[in-house]
Design a protein around this ligand. Sequence first.
Ligand code: ADP
Length: 254
Amino acid sequence: DIAAQARVQAEQADKRRSELVVNVSHELRTPIASIAGHVESLLLATEEGTVTPPATTLYTYLTIVHNEVERLGTLVDDLLSLARAETGELRLNIANVVASEVIEEVYQVLMPLAQRERQVTLVRGVVPALPPVLADRQRLAQVLLNLGRNAITSTPAGGIVEMSLEQPDASHLMLVVADNGIGISSSDLEHIFERFYRADSSRTRTSGGFGLGLAIVNDLVTAMGGSISVKSELGKGSRFCVLLRVATSTEDTL
Ligand code: ADP
């Protein structure tokens, strides 16, 4: 009956909330421990002005603290995005969007990162004269940025990341982010859209994300009426496909 159903739903929501708190606390521990440790040793070293640590040590420690603080900032932003999606507060500005322009925009942002920091070649392949899609332009850029950044950081030097646009049928366009990087094992593949999930290869990293990026991407794409899928093979590379609805001519005139 309805009452029992509501109870089960409430219990599930409670469980999800507790899991989230456990996960968040767990993720906060490492950066906070790192900040505390480095600040403490700087405090000790500068105690009462007796000893001054060498400038290089000071710089290294402050850089670590700075990076950890930035990561904590992005964690908070990500958590807010997830919470908004969950409470249905994700207000989208759906309009006709020329997806190739979004690709171009994201390409300009990611190109320097790919080339200078990772020695990865970023290319874009766009078929000309494709129809506009129904999307929130800013959110679509966020989706593409997330997928592009993941692809670049999962690809060793010399690799290639491609962002492209295809038209599988009359009413859909497909945004594809493909790389020939480390790939994802089939056991990891079924979990990568879950919150806080990181594949083995990246779980050992102390830097990098918190495993929230793809969960947010999934929320955003779903909210825009699209869907996301992935194919990947360990050691070969990955291919993320975002299916979006083509804007119809009636919506064109709105
Ligand atoms: P993170 O913050 O760790 O990047 P994401 O939710 O964006 O979290 O991704 C989840 C996990 O999926 C990553 O930790 C990584 O292991 C894996 N992953 C995502 N994109 C790729 C890719 N293009 N190639 C290989 N692994 C990937």
